[in-house]
Design a protein around this ligand. Sequence first.
Ligand code: NAP
Ligand code: SF4
Length: 675
Amino acid sequence: MSPYPHLLAPLDLGFTTLKNRVLMGSMHTGLEDKAKDFPKLTAYFVERAKAGVGLMVTGGFSPNIEGWLYPFSSKLSSRFEVGRHQKLTTAVHDAGGKICLQLLHAGRYSYHPLSVSASRLKAPINPFTPRALSGFGIRRQIRAFVRAASLAQRAGYDGVEVMGSEGYFLNQFTCRRTNRRTDEWGGSIENRCRLPVEVVRQIRAEVGERFIIIYRLSLLDLVDGGNTWDEVLYQAKAIEAAGATILNGGIGWHEARVPTIVTSVPRAAFAFAAAKLKREVRIPVVATNRINRPEVAESLLARGDCDLVSLARPLLADAQFVQKAQEGRADEIITCIACNQACLDHTFSLKRATCLLNPRSGYETELVSSPAPKPKAFAVVGAGPAGLAFSVEAARRGHRVTLFDQAAEVGGQFNLAKRIPGKEEFDEALRYYARQLELLGVTTRLSTRVSAQTLAGQGFDAVVLATGVTPRTPAIEGITHPKVLGYADVVSGRKAAGQRVAVIGAGGIGFDVAEFLVQPSPSPALDPARWRREWGVDETVRSPGGVEGVQRAVEPPARQVVLLQRKAEPLGKRLGKTTGWVHRATLKDKGVELLSGVEYRRIDDQGLHVTVNGADRLLEVDTVVVCAGQEPLRELAPALTAQGLSVHLVGGADVAAELDAKRAIRQATELAFRL
Ligand code: NAP
Ligand code: SF4
């Protein structure tokens, strides 16, 4: 009996059968733009096809130059571009997979001066103002979509996905927010939907019946001026009638101010929208967003909320997701923790997407593990992300690994991260590593403080020092006052903060600690309905976009918090590109005071004395939490070298500045593949 009978059940589309209900959602990897990167892109898809994904969708390809995401980005408009795709589709088919090409016209989200849209309205997230298309211009865009679909068919794809959500070109026509036209392409919902309906109808006429057309339909625009549920349904039915094979759900425009995919969004928080749609149409419906575990997908499918689930980042995190689920090894899946640090934050900085927890992702041809020709014995000191990643990858190659940590549990800084409200998913990463240590036979010595003497003479070929960091103590008068606490003590629950708190340092940890302090304990973030109320999402979607005019039910803060930094720049400027705004919005909602350009003068019984913009100020707080960065912890290194041991530094022990798990895990993995 399969552990996930609904997830692993085939889906008959009439002319072709998908082997299971997993659709790998479109993600731009950064390998789509140049022909020379196609072999890498091919290897990425082949790895996932071999591991049993039912249907994959490529990153977005524009049907023409106007629709480019940015100059010279991925496009399919000429027969000269077909060859590279042919090699990719052949390799995917040989691996037993199926793949659709996504047609993505960016409209006013195009980051170049040739952009076009329904109306001449600049997007708040783009400096370029689009040109409003004439009726002739609209027909030219339709022809471009049809030609691109025909080229995709010629290239051997099993189908196309037409991107009609997330605020891109087609979505810009369907909503009043961006469509102010008074001709046949604007005004009524029928007119606003004419463009996507014509695109689907004419593609179907061109490609015939035996070709998949997925339409990515915006179920919730999450912006003022978005569509109501009646309008969404009108569009869904018209697209179905026009010949779409599958309706994939899209949630939220890129300019929406409701988080849709970050780690604080509860799992499957938006699946309700797919469930509403499924009741109204006959073709298969795909549920999407924050579905990151097979059991979550299984319960949605078993309840009949959807026919397929879209997994995008979860398949970046683990190419073997489906295979592991099939083989009853779900506890071995690298679960996507929705951090965005190595995928979307990279994409939006025009860097290649990969995964924080799986640096091989997107680097399948470059970061290759092979059995160690001569197995060695390694001592790894420190069981944080770097030490764990090294131990697992080295043991997988056949090395003998002994992992030491003075703490009683593995995880290092991740044990603090998982305690931050909305970051509970970090526990999944620890579950993955703990299971791998067990399966790979890594000898784990916890609650063990090692010295150079204890490691010498034990037959280790080398020591990998992954001892991480120690919090920095800033030189502020009164820093030893009893009201001053370290962030680790506060977050771990070893020490309790008072009701009025100042947080010194506004890096990633300062923000995390501020969020920890304003939330009640236990955190409410895991309750999807409560979370939706907090962000003002109207589940009935009677209000335009599901948000217009909706009162947000923000819970009052559990404490009064001030977050401070010395730099004069806005707080949180250096947080993740796709996640920083959510952290800033959360603190604003909770009334956290953000102070920059601060000079710390002293801490005493009265509180924290600071100077801000030349003015002295007393912050009357009961607690001061220090989050002033870190120093590397590597005092063992010289002593080990003196004992004649070969030492490799990884993670925070190597460079604490800009310490982050992404760099630590990648560095440790590369070292394990090399040694
Ligand atoms: P950080 O990002 O380096 O921030 C340190 C903060 O302390 C800064 O605001 C800095 O600002 C302040 N500071 C530095 N030296 C100080 C001093 N001597 N006295 C007073 N203030 C001082 O370090 P972090 O917050 O500890 O985070 C460490 C790393 O963990 C991050 O770089 C990040 O990679 C990772 N992390 C990421 C996230 C995330 O959400 N992505 C969350 C948690 C942790 P001023 O110098 O301007 O005062
Ligand atoms: Fe998921 Fe983070 Fe990996 Fe992206 S980087 S796939 S969000 S775990």
